[in-house]
Ligand binder design. Structure first.
Ligand SMILES: *Cc1c(COP(=O)(O)O)cnc(C)c1O
Length: 453
């Protein structure tokens, strides 16, 4: 499989795309053609377990870079530590409504599904690398747990001091492995991201320390996340009947993975893109104009962003893979501050419905689920409320992106009840913390990275 850039140009294989950075001109990598699974191939997939399904889907994206037996082994390794044999189990909520639980990995958010596999693959490729990242919550701990103790890989994770939850901080700082550095920055998340971008833009530093990134621009994250759309849809009646998904959306990595599964032949009739007050993607799908505003802080912090990086992939695919169109649109975003979708792009995205859910509806959804014996987290509640507001005839799977124990304050406030804390989180909450404090200063972080590696 060859990959091309969303802003035109570029040609790279799977390994280069997964271990490298951006495509030419600041674009993102996309497969040159979508793999396609026939009705017969999809039916046969229903008999496979999760790791086998992952290997079968991912093989099409990888081509010759990893042989089939090795790939299956990597998938088995990645998902062996999940606490449910189904890896991403489906739980019935109501008639036609189920919960797709993506929080059974080591750090209890859906980020584990792609990052556990990315960790296994970096190990396989023997990539000597220093991963540098900035986190506002769940990505940091998932990335750290994916590479802790791995030979040849070091990880430096920046977070804004005092601006992530205690649970999220402890999930990072309680990891004792020597190849993990957690850095509290005296500043905001935007400061952290600015510093990471500056380091990754420093060619000499990147070459010397083999710096790489783990944010949601990495194609493997999309490919790995498309797998649970297959396992869930097959259990809900595909390929013989159509299904829908409701997805709590921030950077659009998760919802775009659903779009990818649809492009590969899965009969997904509808993808409900659920947002909170930060509704840029919902607005763009509804009125065809993508215009970032100011970020509003909510109880679903993983969705509190204004620029959804994977929207560029959606634009590219909806433009029939025309990089010139996307390059113009991204230039318009930088220049005029907005993108106007073409009629063709809007038509190609008709299966995606954007819905914005306010705080009261989010709390009501947490209570609705609680009354039926299921505790859900605030992000999942937004997707549930969106699914209930859209309705429809096809069965809908609400994508549950985090375990409720990660957001105890919001759950308690909405339901009056504390979520039960799984054992693997309880350990993190009591372990010793290890953290370095640095100013929000590129030179200080550069010196730290250079001195440590
Ligand atoms: C990251 C995250 C999201 C948003 O996912 P995207 O792929 O960025 O759209 C939603 N919920 C939780 C709990 C998350 O950690």
């Amino acid at each position: 499989m060859r990959y091309v850039g969303t802003r035109g140009g570029g040609s790279a294989g799977f390994r280069a795309v997964v271990t490298g950075g951006l495509a030419p001109g600041g674009g993102l990598w996309m497969p040159e053609v979508w793999p396609h699974f026939s009705h017969h191939e999809l039916s046969a997939m229903a008999r496979l377990d999760y790791a086998e399904t992952a290997a079968r889907v991912l093989a099409r994206f990888i081509g010759d870079d990893i042989d089939d037996a090795t790939l299956l082994g990597l998938c088995r390794d990645a998902y062996a530590g999940f606490d449910d044999a189904a890896v991403t189990p489906l739980r019935r909520l109501d008639d036609g409504l189920s919960l797709l639980e993506l929080f059974h990995g080591p750090t209890l958010s859906f980020k584990d599904i792609a990052l556990q596999l990315l960790g296994a693959m970096l190990g396989h490729f023997g990539a000597r690398t220093t991963i540098i990242g900035a986190t506002s919550g769940d990505t940091g701990s998932a990335a750290i747990h994916a590479v802790a103790g791995k030979k040849g890989v070091r990880i430096v994770m920046l977070y804004p001091e005092g601006r992530i939850s205690d649970v999220q901080r402890r999930q990072m700082t309680s990891v004792a492995a020597g190849n993990v550095d957690v850095v509290a920055i005296d500043g905001s998340f935007d400061d952290c991201q600015r510093i990471v971008k500056a380091l990754l833009g420093d060619a000499a530093l990147v070459a010397k320390h083999r710096l790489s990134a783990v944010n949601s621009i990495n194609w493997l994250r999309i490919a790995a996340q498309s797998v649970y759309y297959f396992t869930a849809a097959l259990r809900l009646g595909a390929p013989d009947s159509a299904v829908g998904f409701a997805v709590p959306t921030g950077n659009l990595g998760d919802a775009f993975a659903g779009h990818a599964a649809r492009r590969m032949g899965l009969p997904i009739a509808r993808i409900i893109v659920a947002t909170n007050a930060n509704d840029i993607v919902a607005r763009a799908l509804a009125d065809g104009v993508y215009r970032p505003g100011a970020v509003r802080a909510t109880d679903a912090p993983a969705m509190d962003i204004q620029v959804a990086s994977n929207f560029e992939r959606l634009l590219w695919d909806a433009a029939g893979g025309d990089g010139a169109v996307v390059a113009r649109q991204m230039a318009a975003l930088a220049g005029e501050g907005e993108i106007v979708l073409t009629d063709a792009q809007r038509a190609a995205l008709a299966h995606m419905t954007g819905v914005a859910i306010d705080a009261a509806a989010m709390d009501a959804a947490m209570r609705w689920a609680d009354e039926r014996g299921t505790t859900i987290d605030p992000h999942t509640a937004i997707a549930l409320a969106a699914a209930q507001s859209v309705g429809g005839d096809d069965p809908i799977a609400v994508v549950a992106t985090a375990h409720p124990a990660k957001f105890p304050d919001a759950v308690r406030r909405a339901t009056g009840r504390d979520p039960t804390v799984p054992a693997r989180l309880a350990d993190a909450l009591t372990g010793a913390e290890r953290v370095v404090r640095l100013p929000a200063d590129v030179a200080a972080v550069t010196a730290y990275v250079a001195a440590r590696g």
